[in-house]
Design a protein around this ligand. Structure first.
Ligand code: HEM
Length: 422
């Protein structure tokens, strides 16, 4: 342990990261070569241990501080954990503030690729930050528990019931929500355990879900991810380069109409665990599967032609006079122009928890969507999908959550401080 309270382990790990930063280009090349090979290539040819660089996957870090929390516009990571907590009996605003302070310190440290505290488990040692993000949100029930009902945003009013819902209350909602993403499974697990441990006596896990996406480097170039039905999923998302992106996804800096002010720079996350009925889906011929969505499976292009980024031609008819993109196709029904402009940023993880009690795969989508106001994002679109989406027979919404995710912490601040301390 050095005299400033930092362990030698910390120091060597930081040096490793600094080296990785300085040799960024080399890291990138090595990143293409793959795991064990990378280590051998970096250390095996007479290079000094100090010269070993992390692969680009390991060395990439997301910033903890900023206008928005990380994990919203951060590129999808390969691993994800979603975990909801309820405050423990007797814990109120004071305990919640101390908890958010501890969790923020842990998130900031781990996102920089460093161990947290003297009792760090060591699970993430040797790895860099690996694009770790830890994102915190408040559920509707948090406000009553902490005596803050007067500051609860209207946007946290319960989501309406949908006719196709099969929701399990025990796996839904919660006082607090944490989303963890990382491009390395051990880094993600380490963050999850640290967050659970730091909850201490203040909060208890209500539910936890584990997800994944494609690993960076698995495709020849970065591509839109595929889901477990095999579709390219995410094409129609609003893009950060769109003029109205911030307005759609984030609460304005002054709190704006969506308010309240403590939510400035924040966003609302709708979380749905959506089981895919894969045995039924996989029996459909590919052409039928494509009609369900309105896009081709091979490259995500609209059935009306072009490439993945070509606009859907919703009026085009075929030689039989029928719409090429059927009237109940998922991409037609969910398109913003069919929903008064309602849009959201979908940033999901896939999940697979083995075979369910009914003998079918317990697999699907941990659907997470982000918007400045759920009433102008998820709600109108899900209402429409609920009434006649061709995808409905092949999916089942099994759990649901709605969380207010405050803006990013400023230097010296913890996430949620503007709610809990003003
Ligand atoms: C397991 C469930 C779901 C699957 C497999 C799925 C799959 C897809 C696919 C393959 C696309 C076309 C590619 C793309 O634009 O991303 C798409 C588009 C879209 N989906 Fe879903 N989806 C699901 C649930 C939902 C839900 C619950 C909502 C919101 C209530 C939703 C909203 C949208 C939106 C807004 C688009 C983009 C439409 C556009 O702008 O063209 N999806 N989805």
């Amino acid at each position: 342990m050095s005299d400033n309270g930092v362990s030698d382990n910390d120091i060597s790990r930081r040096r490793l990261l600094a080296t990785a930063g300085a040799t960024g280009a080399a890291g990138l090349v090595l990143g293409g070569a793959g795991g064990a090979g990378v280590y051998a290539a970096a250390t095996g040819s007479g290079a000094s241990p100090d010269a070993k660089a992390l692969a680009s996957v390991g060395s990439t870090a997301a910033p903890f501080h900023g206008e928005h929390q990380a994990g919203i516009t951060t590129p999808l990571q390969a691993r994800g954990h979603l975990v909801a907590f309820d405050l423990a009996p007797g814990a109120g605003r004071k305990e919640a503030a101390a908890l958010l302070r501890r969790w923020s310190a842990a998130a900031r440290t781990m996102m920089a690729g460093e161990p947290f505290g003297d009792t760090d488990s060591g699970v993430a040692l040797d790895a860099g930050p690996s694009s770790l993000t830890v994102t915190f949100g408040f559920g509707r029930t948090f406000f009553a528990r902490t005596g803050l009902n007067s500051r609860r945003p209207a946007a946290l009013d319960p989501l309406p019931d949908f006719s196709s819902d099969h929701l399990d209350a025990r796996r839904s909602n919660g006082d607090l929500w944490v989303q963890i993403g990382a491009d390395d499974a051990l880094v993600a697990f380490h963050a999850l355990r640290t967050i659970q441990r730091e909850a201490g006596d203040a909060a208890r896990v209500r539910w936890q879900m584990n997800g994944f996406n494609r690993s960076p480097g698995a495709t020849a170039q970065p591509m839109t991810a595929r889901n477990l039905m095999g579709q390219i999923d995410g094409t129609g998302n609003p893009k950060p380069s769109d003029a109205d992106f911030d307005q759609r996804i984030f609460v304005p800096a002054d709190g704006g109409a969506e308010g309240p002010e403590w939510m400035a720079g924040g966003s609302y996350a709708v979380v749905r665990r959506i089981r895919m009925l894969l045995d039924d889906w996989e029996k459909l011929a590919r052409g039928e599967q494509e009609k369900v969505i309105g896009r081709k499976k091979s490259d995500g292009a609209p059935l009306t032609g072009g490439s993945e980024t070509t606009e859907l031609d919703l009026d085009k008819t075929g030689p039989d006079g029928k719409l090429v993109i059927p009237s109940n196709a998922h991409a037609r029904i969910s398109a913003p122009e069919q929903n008064g402009g309602a849009a959201m940023l979908r940033r999901p993880f896939s999940y697979h928890d083995g075979i369910g009690a009914d003998g079918t795969p317990d697999a699907g989508l941990l659907f997470i969507c982000w918007q400045a106001d759920p009433l102008r994002g998820f709600v109108p679109v899900q209402r429409k999908l609920d009434r006649g989406d061709a995808l409905s027979p092949f999916i089942r919404h099994e759990a649901s959550g709605l969380f207010a995710v405050p803006g990013g912490a400023r230097d010296g601040e913890y996430v949620g401080q503007r709610l809990l301390e003003s």
